[in-house]
Write a protein that binds this ligand. Structure first.
Ligand SMILES: [Fe+2]
Length: 233
């Protein structure tokens, strides 16, 4: 399988381009508008046929490239139905399976960071794209977009920590230059959720993070609710 991880510096966002090297069918997860030329260069260079644009949630820190990418490639955009995004082509729920080439990617609904968070799992490859639900040695905040620390704790424990321990974790962000982790490592060492951390402790910790108001939220959220397309466009 072809897998390329892109990094957008301003919001420290990871985007993933996945493709079947046999059929050339491809998908992209969490594309950032400012980086669209980088994605298209690789897609065109490799002769990929981009089928789907998958969002792990409605982002508050960058503008999605979904609209522009689907105009340029005819790919269909996918988000969880709780996002209430009328511009999306396909609304998914827990357990939906998306196919590209010989691969199946399973959507797992993981509310907590937002109420529309979805992570994507490829069992045959042993990889999971965890969005902002589980970050390397961290997790997404729970104080905006109908977040809930209780739900986040349960989502991570029920939908990620139950996977085989050698499953590779690819998050939507990293602020320290780490590119991936494993279920085993996060289960043992994650400072917020690792071994022995109870739900009660986690909720208390999340309630006392005192994080600043997200810098891009007032720009990014309205735009992402229209799949990244300006309303007058
Ligand atoms: Fe987020």
């Amino acid at each position: 399988m072809f897998l390329k991880q892109f990094f957008e510096e301003k919001s420290s966002t990871y985007t993933y381009l996945l493709a079947s090297t046999q059929s050339k069918e491809a998908i992209i997860i969490d594309p950032v508008l400012s980086e669209i030329e980088n994605y298209l260069d690789i897609i065109n260079e490799q002769g990929f046929n981009l089928l789907y644009i998958l969002e792990t949630h409605i982002h508050a820190d960058h503008v999605t490239a979904a609209s522009e990418l689907r105009e340029k490639t005819k790919a269909k955009s996918i988000v969880h139905k709780n996002a209430h995004i009328s511009c999306a082509d396909i609304l998914i729920t827990d357990g939906c399976v998306i196919r590209f080439g010989e691969y199946k990617i399973e959507a797992r609904y993981t509310p907590g960071h937002t109420d529309a968070c979805t992570i994507y799992y490829i069992e045959e490859e042993g990889i999971i794209f965890t969005g902002d639900t589980l970050l390397i040695n961290g997790c997404g905040r729970t104080d905006f977009q109908h977040g809930s620390a209780v739900q986040l704790y349960q989502s991570i424990h029920n939908k990620i920590f139950t996977l085989p321990e050698n499953t590779v974790v690819y998050p939507a962000h990293d602020y320290r230059g780490e590119k991936s982790s494993t279920v085993k490592k996060e289960k043992q060492e994650n400072v917020r959720l690792g071994e022995g951390k109870t739900q009660e402790e986690f909720v208390k910790l999340m309630q006392n993070l005192n994080l600043p108001y997200p810098k891009q939220i007032d720009i990014a959220l309205p735009l992402n609710q229209t799949c990244g397309q300006k309303k007058d466009a």
